[in-house]
Design a protein around this ligand. Structure first.
Ligand code: ATP
Ligand code: ZN
Ligand code: MG
Length: 499
């Protein structure tokens, strides 16, 4: 039994009856296909073959079989071209192909059960073999759906292998122990002090003047310690992200459970919406069902910040001498559906992050990530005075594609910054530095004049997470804050009082 077997039954419809062609002539054609056409490119003994055929008026019915070389859908394409030539001699044209059966069988000794797969109408998993029966038409075959299903199965297998093991995590650096001046939950404390209030949405807060000033102080530190000395310029990235972007960034492979989805009205004609408006006016209830029928999804809210910025460079070629490029964005919110995981300002559905992006040749990008890491160490050590550590972890896009093993190469990958929250003893990831390899330039088709490979990196500074860590360790008594940080923050404004 070969490792992979494919079977396809199809009816090829023609423009005229085939009964006028002698069966010897057809048999010759089939022989040519089986000996030459469907074997081309396959190692000896491999390839595809017409296993059975039958002529019925203007229809040619046939069954194709193959191994992993010249898979039956590729064989069908070759056959169609050759058949068109053959029938052309008899002044008969091809009208269409109806796929009746498409089956593939492969070695599969996984002990976990596969769930529903796209285009698969039946599956059978036993005795170390997996048999899939596909519901595909000619168009789907043209889009190489069977090949992509095999790739998906390979990814799932790889992901399952890494699932049991804990995510790759390796300590890179650990600061000295620092004194903690607080043992409570900083979110609770800020709520008590009226620094923040729960907003109407889940995982969303309104940030009062004091904490906002602290966020802005963090940003000023980034300016003074990183952006100015390292030559960064500010940009404004979009905050509504369309599917095209997430397809290119890879997020379309897995973002679904955490996305905030965005919809547009199917029409802006007020009449189209009149029923909805009237319903609201007479019930004071917003009729969600009626709204859902009248809107369509276009993408989602900003999730990872840098992906939509790549459209700026999409399809462009850049001269080598402008590298490395260093830009950042702090222009808006990020949104993630964190479900039950939301916790105070540590895990929000709506948060604020400064996203730092650098682009260059491989060595430039790796080198710059080291510079950034040095700057961050200086900030955490000399200005915020916090206790933290750095760890090398599997980046999301590698984990998602079952490529966790790749990050062990230590070139492309993510460094997470974690700090302990004394009130709970738990560690919180408060920012990251990622070298993303050629992922984004490749996804968005950005090239260099020299033809050399373009790489990029990004680093997301979560303002709420910085605040959560700082306040959890240092507390709210400013006398316990490092002098340098106190100087950057200045006085905390008192604006509101309530009766
Ligand atoms: P976590 O493991 O805590 O969910 P993540 O791995 O999903 O974090 P990234 O995708 O690496 O986070 O996002 C980069 C940065 O964005 C984080 O380091 C953090 O500062 C911030 N961030 C991510 N999710 C949230 C959230 N729900 N609330 C607040 N900040 C967040
Ligand atoms: Zn990014
Ligand atoms: Mg997360």
């Amino acid at each position: 039994m070969t490792e992979m077997e494919f079977q396809l039954s199809a009816i090829i419809k023609c423009s005229g009856s085939l009964t006028g062609i002698s069966s010897a002539e057809i048999a010759d054609f089939v022989l040519y296909c089986n000996e030459t056409l469907l074997k081309k490119g396959a190692p000896k003994g491999g390839g595809a073959a017409i296993d059975w055929w039958n002529v019925a008026e203007e229809k040619l019915e046939l069954k194709l079989v193959s191994d992993r070389y010249v898979r039956v859908h590729d064989a069908l394409l070759r056959l169609k071209k050759e058949l068109a030539k053959f029938l052309g001699k008899h002044r008969i044209g091809l009208r269409g192909v109806e796929i009746q059966v498409y089956e593939m069988t492969l070695d599969w000794d996984e002990d976990w059960q596969l769930k529903k797969l796209p285009f698969v109408k039946q599956m059978n998993q036993e005795n170390g073999r997996l048999k899939l029966s596909l519901d595909v038409d000619e168009f789907a075959l043209g889009n190489r759906i069977p090949d992509r299903l095999l790739k998906l199965l390979g990814d799932k297998k790889e992901a399952a292998k890494w699932k049991g093991k804990s995510e790759h995590w390796e300590l890179l650096f650990e600061s000295e122990k620092k004194p903690y001046y607080f043992d409570k939950d900083p979110t609770e404390e800020m709520l008590n002090r009226g620094w923040i209030r729960h907003a109407a949405g889940r995982g969303q807060f309104i940030y009062g003047p004091q904490i906002t000033k602290i966020f802005r102080a963090f940003e000023r530190i980034l300016f003074d310690e990183i952006f100015t000395p390292l030559g960064y310029e500010e940009m404004i990235f979009p905050k509504l992200v369309t599917w095209d972007v997430w397809k290119r960034s890879g997020h379309a492979k897995g973002i679904y459970p955490e996305a905030y989805y965005v919809c547009t009205p199917k029409s802006r004609d007020p009449e189209y919406w009149e029923e909805v408006m009237d319903y609201y006016k007479v019930t004071n209830e917003v009729p969600l069902d009626m709204i859902m029928e009248r809107i369509e999804n276009v993408g989602g809210m900003c999730y990872a910040q840098c992906p939509p910025s790549w459209v700026f460079l999409q399809g462009k070629t850049m001269p080598d001498d402008i590298l490395p490029i260093k830009v950042f964005d702090r222009s808006g919110t990020s949104h993630r559906y964190e479900s039950g995981g939301i916790h105070g300002i540590e895990r929000l559905d709506e948060f604020h992050r400064v996203e730092i992006v650098w682009i260059g040749k491989k060595e430039q990008v790796i080198e710059h990530s080291k510079q950034l890491q040095d700057k961050y160490r200086h900030i955490f050590e000399e200005i915020l005075g916090i206790e933290w550590r750095e760890a090398w972890v599997t980046p999301w896009f590698m984990a998602q594609e079952g490529k966790a093993g790749l990050s062990e190469l230590k070139e492309a990958g993510t460094t997470d910054y974690e700090a302990v929250l004394p009130y709970s003893g738990k560690l919180l990831e408060f920012q990251n530095v990622s070298v993303n390899g050629n992922k984004y330039p490749k996804g968005f088709n950005v090239k260099l004049q020299s033809g050399e490979e373009l790489w990029s990196g990004c680093s997301g500074v979560g303002l709420q997470r910085w605040a959560a860590v700082f306040l959890a360790q240092k507390g709210f008594d400013r006398d316990n804050w490092p002098v340098k940080f106190r100087d950057v923050v200045g006085e905390l404004p008192e604006v509101f009082r309530f009766l």
